[in-house]
Design a protein around this ligand. Sequence first.
Ligand code: SF4
Ligand code: SF4
Length: 341
Amino acid sequence: MYYIEKAKLSELFSKIAENRSLYLPVKKNGQTNFAHWEEGTEYCDDLKTVKSAKDHFFPQTESLMHFKTEGKKIQINQDKIPDEKTVLFGVRGCDAKSFKILDSVFMSEPQDAFYTARRENSVVITTACSSPDEACFCGVFGVDPADPKADSDVVTWFAGDKLYWEAVSEKGEALTEEIKDVLSSSDEKEVEEEKARISEITKLLPLNNMSLSAFGGDKTDALFNAPQWDKLSEACLGCGSCTFVCPTCQCYDVRDYNGANGIQRYRCWDSCMFSDFTMMAHGTNRPTQKQRFRQRFMHKLVYFPANNNGEFSCVGCGRCVARCPISMNIAKVIKSFGGDK
Ligand code: SF4
Ligand code: SF4
């Protein structure tokens, strides 16, 4: 294990940025989000970014290819597959787990070349969540915010006046080797105390003890026509905010834009909460907001585990709890099916 004084964080960032592009939480206009680091950029220790870090691998909008037509001829230009070497610093354990969930969507056959290239070229540095808040429930989905090794390349802890650093994958070891001039060796004493402190906080979080026993891949018949969906979905505005802040939501649309320089094919996030989602010539398969609402939660808690060895497609990050304008969220869904232990 290594450490660096907090006061010298910019030396660490500068060293990482010598060979790779560094992205970390930055506060701008009152909101914290992941942003590119350059000399002078101020790191923000509020790890609960408004948007999750999924944009880094699955951007909100990206160009896929361009076309030009001349008479009956068409010229197709595939957009370049991204090759930037990147490091993500300050990722919470829940958000790191969300990357594994996205991997099982975008990196199963046929692989998404854009997403896969970004993932393979990135090093993920998680930071233990020193201030989990009352909207967090990552423990329900098996995430340890005090020691988020499971889905990381490097784990870091802020404790006292130091940042502690531990490489936990080959990529993490390689990065550590590149930058270890700015790190000093350390024992684990202060880190163990910090882990214990975080674990004590998480025991007190009001949503962190919910039970998922009503859900799982074999629960479609039991839950699809359950009466609870009427009440739960009654006030949903279909605004899609919950899906846009969610680190595991992965629906997108592909469209063509016909501009002065030809046609651009791009993709952009979509939302199963929108009334025109997956619209077809005959209309939509889910004409009511209740159907759309049910789809979102059945997907995360039943359909996804059915197709992914029991893995749920929620990491308990709490963003939907904080952002929904009508205070509806997945925790309320879980509780309404008996999950309140
Ligand atoms: S459903 Fe809510 S709590 Fe779960 S991962 Fe998405 S935003 Fe986070
Ligand atoms: S659950 Fe809330 S955030 Fe999600 S679409 Fe409905 S109103 Fe919007």
